[in-house]
Design a protein around this ligand. Structure first.
Ligand code: NDP
Length: 326
């Protein structure tokens, strides 16, 4: 279901943007340009000074929350559970709308907001820099909108008003799709656990086979796979023309190769997707990642070491130095 509306419900309310990072900076600036009263909550560091330079009144996170009617939690997902109790204490018993840009913490029980608040989600499908660029052109972008708790009876109206206030909906290119917090977190993680790692795994295997077994120069392999930038062009055409329709821009040899292999690999990949989907939906991944963080991220660091130490990473370093990118 597609949702529509404007930001008028937010007029006269104080909006606290907690975290002046990728999303926080972009959303705060667009909300202000929408004629709304925005304050920022941030720890005392360079991000805070940047928010001050950008003309915002900046407070410590609990102080900002205590001054606001609408509280936008735009801190990194792994930080939110650490500061959320302070936010709740600061807001107290009065009415407030708490907005998240990702469903993860609420969906998997890492944050349990009290029933006395409206708890909404407006999750951009756009990076912060993209939000600002589109805003400067009067364009919108996709958001997934959800409500976890409708205390006031107007939580959906607030969520839609936030989506309009941050420049997502009500503009060309914008669309707001109704989902649950869990559905948002699920598809976000499933994308991260299937599409991207499958591409990365394919790159690594392709690199090893082509260079080790067939003697192809690493530079040629890397340029073929992604270093030329052609892949980014293809991804852009997928968004504008469609995943299949953009194939018409490739040779018929390429079209035949891509389609025949996509159908050939489907069953194999579907098994991977089914397995990952079930682990995410049941909360197994959220538990795994929480335990990994509590242990000081040993596996995460080892994975990075393995990636950096791979032949592909070394090949990339050589090519990127030649190209002046490093
Ligand atoms: P960022 O990593 O850009 O950081 C946001 C802010 O949090 C920064 O101001 C940062 O300041 C602050 N911060 C970091 N650590 C702490 C801490 N321990 N205590 C207090 N403040 C801290 O976050 P994003 O903007 O990427 O993500 C914000 C939310 O938006 C998340 O829920 C994310 O899932 C969601 N989202 C992000 C998208 C993106 O494009 N990045 C897209 C869609 C949704 P400092 O580092 O200086 O401490």
């Amino acid at each position: 279901m597609v949702l529509s509306g404007d930001a008028s419900l937010l007029k006269g309310k104080v909006i606290a943007v907690l975290g002046y990072g990728n999303q926080g900076e972009a959303q705060a600036k667009v909300l202000r340009d929408s004629g709304l009263e925005v304050i920022v909550g941030n720890v005392n560091d360079e991000y805070r000074r940047r928010a001050e330079r950008d003309g915002f009144r900046v407070y410590d996170i609990p102080e900002a929350a205590s001054r606001a009617d609408i509280i936008m939690v735009l801190l990194p997902d792994e930080v939110q559970p650490l500061v959320f109790n302070d936010v709740v204490k600061a807001v107290g018993d009065r009415d407030a709308v708490i907005d998240f840009a990702s469903g993860y913490n609420v969906a998997f029980g890492l944050i349990r907001p009290p029933d006395r608040y409206d708890v909404v989600m407006v999750a951009p499908r756009m990076i912060g820099a993209g939000i600002l660029e589109l805003h400067s052109k009067g364009m919108g972008y996709p958001v997934l909108i959800g409500v976890a708790n409708d205390h006031s009876g107007r939580a959906w109206d607030y969520a839609v008003a936030i989506a309009a206030g941050i420049g997502a909906i009500g503009r060309p290119g914008g669309i707001g799709v109704k989902v649950t917090f869990k559905q948002e977190a699920f598809i976000d993680l499933l994308d991260e656990h299937t599409n991207w790692p499958l591409i990365l795994a394919s790159f690594m295997a392709f690199f090893d086979v082509a260079t080790e077994k067939y003697g192809v120069p690493p530079e040629a392999v890397l340029l073929e796979m992604y270093a030329s930038g052609e892949m980014a062009e293809v991804a852009s055409r997928m968004a504008s023309l469609g995943a299949f329709e953009q194939l018409r821009l490739h040779s018929t040899t390429s079209q035949y190769g891509q389609l025949s292999r996509a159908f050939k690999f489907y069953d194999m990949v579907r098994r991977v997707v089914e397995d990952e989907a079930s682990q995410i939906w049941l909360g197994d991944f959220a538990r795994e990642w929480t335990l990994e963080q509590l242990a000081g991220k040993p596996k995460f660091n080892a994975l990075w070491d393995a990636a950096r130490g791979s032949d592909m990473a070394r090949g990339e370093d050589g090519l990127f130095r030649l190209l002046g990118r490093r």
